[in-house]
Write a protein of this length. Structure first.
Length: 688
């Protein structure tokens, strides 16, 4: 249930006093941030501190499972799970040269500008060392359940060695440009409206951290912070802080608030003092009307030591970007804070530590020598301890006075139970590295058993990677691009683009995929297209330095497999083809001779008819010519029939050998200028 919090500003309004404008802004922000922090600490602070100690291996008295516990061992099962899951996430997201891609509008056919902008953005993010900050954010997400980061706009210096034209000597030239950096934030340093489920819908959120006093003074001198004295107070202790208390007076507690504030409070900062009687009372006369009419505006407020206003400006970005971005390692429904590896494996880890500590405490009673002594037969004032070579004075027989004692032996099943508890840590966290040994779980010695464990680990990793992409990478990179378009338009022209995360399989997932591909190679024929596709997939998942060259070679082999050369001809088929070819050539030669003879006969008859001396001889020659033409036409019909037979034989040859061969030579008939193909095509021209 929501609780109404009385702030200093409310008290001032009730008393009708004058409040400095800066104090009014501080009172409004602190009046909201303090209860938000209290809510966070009451729900999560104790758990986060214990998760941190379990990951670091730091013992604390409150971590005891029983009052008589003496051992302080913290088993590394949960530590290994955290590091294994984190390394899997890092390898999946950051192993590729780039962890994001830029997508242009589908209707825009010209994507050269997008390619240039993408290259520039990747170069700037690399120079700002985004990957190192993301590694820390992923680690905090695994430990605490929520990974958080803040974008900081600043400047970077570029130094270059140039030649002085006047003197001819070399000199250093320093230039500056805008730069956006990513700063990791511990969950213990982040405060958010408890009613919000994400950063956008919250009334506001704040980053609380400690910074050196001289840096605050430097920011005041360059105009980033408001001038004025800072009330020095002792900063709150950070989580397991190792800071020397003697140096704390030289530090300043900074509260950087991003969110909504009343607009009239920001406007009042233009005056030296805000008169409550004249300005605020009128606004607060009717509470309902004030709630309806009060205008909130996105602002960035920086407060030092809980009382000094260092900066108060309206959010300068066009889209009023809140510079905080985070993701949940595992989503808890209806909650802003997520569930990490430590929370999932907490109970199993505590049981494992309790079992190991009990075993070690028991070993102290069974391993170290102890003696039962008859006190009435020992000299008075004698301090008894056992050491090699020491003489012990007794009154009477030493065998009756002294007796070695022990408290039995440790049950060997205790250590076996610890291995089972380690397996429970693996089950709860999804960390494959913490699987039980073979002596405890026999499935670990089989390929199928290991594959099942790997498959479960990979599926859990993909869930987290999907959260990182959707909640952190894509929104954060989109915001960086939009801000660069505002502050550096000559390098980043304003265009409408969208982003997608480029992730790959993690190390464990790649090993599982490679093992599956290797087993699949036994199911496909060697040198087949499927074989080379599987080999290519194996190399693409590898981390070899010459991976790109190997993939290119495999692409060549794959193309050869997709377009194989013709197989060598069968000798029997080749012999049959030669027989058919010889018969066709013989028939073609005979037809050519008959055709040449027919052409000669037609030419002779036409010449006789033209040179006949009398009408009777002319009629006789014409009759012979007509007879020759009829014979030629009949021969043409026979040639057409035989042409069809030749085409049928050629089709049979092609079907049998797979090779087309033109068995009909285009031989020119002597003196006619007509080829054999012309004859077979029916183009017989007879002279008139």
């Amino acid at each position: 249930m929501a609780e109404i919090v009385e702030t200093e500003l409310d008290e001032a309004l009730a008393e009708h006093v004058s409040v400095p404008a800066a104090d009014a802004v501080v009172a409004w922000v602190v009046g909201h941030v303090n209860p938000w922090r209290d809510h966070r600490d009451s729900e999560y602070s104790r758990r986060w501190e214990e998760y941190y100690r379990l990951w670091r291996g730091i013992w604390a008295a409150e971590d005891k499972t029983r009052n008589s516990e003496r051992s302080r061992i913290i088993t590394p099962a949960l530590q290994q799970a955290v590091e294994g899951v984190t390394s899997e996430i890092e390898s999946a997201i950051l192993d590729k040269p780039h962890f994001f891609d830029m997508v242009d509008d589908a209707e825009d056919n010209e994507n050269q500008d997008i390619m240039v902008m993408r290259s520039r953005l990747r170069e700037d993010l690399k120079e700002a060392d985004f990957e190192t900050a993301m590694n820390q954010i992923f680690l905090m997400g695994s430990i605490f359940g929520t990974g958080l980061g803040k974008l900081v706009i600043g400047e970077r210096e570029h130094t270059a060695l140039v030649r002085d034209e006047a003197t001819g000597t070399a000199r250093m030239e320093v230039t500056t440009s805008d730069q956006i950096r990513l700063v990791p934030i511990l969950p213990t340093q982040f405060v958010i409206d408890p009613a919000a489920k994400n950063i956008k819908e919250a009334l506001g959120c704040a980053h609380e951290y400690v910074t050196p006093l001289h840096e605050v003074h430097a920011l005041q001198q360059d105009g980033t912070y408001r001038p004025g004295d800072i009330n020095m107070t002792q900063p709150e202790d950070a989580l397991e802080s190792d800071e020397d208390p003697s140096n704390q007076s030289e530090s300043v507690n900074i509260c950087e608030y991003h969110g909504y504030v009343p607009l009239h409070l920001l406007r009042a900062l233009n005056d030296f003092e805000l008169d409550v009687d004249e300005e605020l009372v009128e606004l607060f006369d009717d509470a309902e009307e004030e709630m309806e009419n009060q205008q909130l505006v996105e602002a960035i407020i920086t407060i030092g030591n809980g009382g000094t206003l260092l900066k108060a400006v309206e959010n300068p970005t066009l889209l009023k970007e809140r510079m905080f971005y985070g993701y949940r390692h595992e989503i808890v429904p209806d909650q802003f804070w997520g569930r990490g590896v430590c929370e999932k494996g907490y109970n199993s880890q505590k049981a494992l530590d309790a079992s190991m500590r009990a075993r070690i405490d028991g070993l102290a009673l069974t391993v170290h020598p102890m003696m039962g002594i008859d006190g009435s037969k020992m000299p008075k004032g004698f301090r008894f301890n056992v050491s090699p070579g020491k003489s012990i004075i007794t009154t009477g027989d030493p065998s009756e006075v002294l007796r070695p004692m022990n408290f039995g032996n440790i049950d060997p099943n205790v250590f076996t139970n610890t291995a089972e508890l380690e397996r429970m840590v693996s089950m709860s966290t999804g960390g494959f590295d913490t699987a039980a040994p073979v002596t405890v779980n026999n499935r670990n010695e089989t390929a199928s058993g290991m594959s099942m464990q790997l498959g479960t680990f990979v599926k859990r990793s993909k869930r987290t990677i999907r959260n990182i992409e959707n909640e952190f990478i894509i929104p954060m990179v989109s915001a960086v691009t939009r801000i660069y378009m505002e502050i550096w338009p000559e390098r980043y022209p304003a265009v409408d683009v969208s982003f997608k995360a480029v992730s790959v399989l993690g190390t464990m997932a790649r090993e599982l995929e490679q093992a599956q591909f290797a087993s699949m190679l036994n199911t496909v024929p060697p040198q087949s297209p499927a074989f080379w596709m599987l080999v290519k997939s194996i190399y693409e998942l590898s981390t070899l330095s010459n991976r790109e060259e190997m993939v290119q070679l495999i692409d060549g082999q794959l193309q050869q497999a997709l377009n194989p050369p013709p197989p060598p001809p069968d000798p029997l088929v080749e012999l049959k083809r030669m027989e058919i070819t010889g018969r066709i050539r013989a028939e073609a030669a005979r037809i050519r001779v008959e055709w040449v003879r027919a052409q000669s006969e037609i030419a002779r008859a036409a010449n006789d008819a033209r040179l006949a001396p009398s009408e009777e001889a002319k009629n006789e020659s014409q009759a012979i010519l007509n007879l020759a033409k009829a014979e030629a036409e009949e021969l043409g019909s026979q040639l057409n029939i035989y042409k069809a037979q030749l085409e049928s034989l050629e089709r049979d040859t092609v079907a049998q050998t797979g090779v087309a061969e033109n068995v009909i030579e285009t031989t020119t008939s002597a003196g006619t200028g007509v080829t054999l193909n012309d004859v077979l095509d029916g183009r017989l021209d007879t002279p008139s």
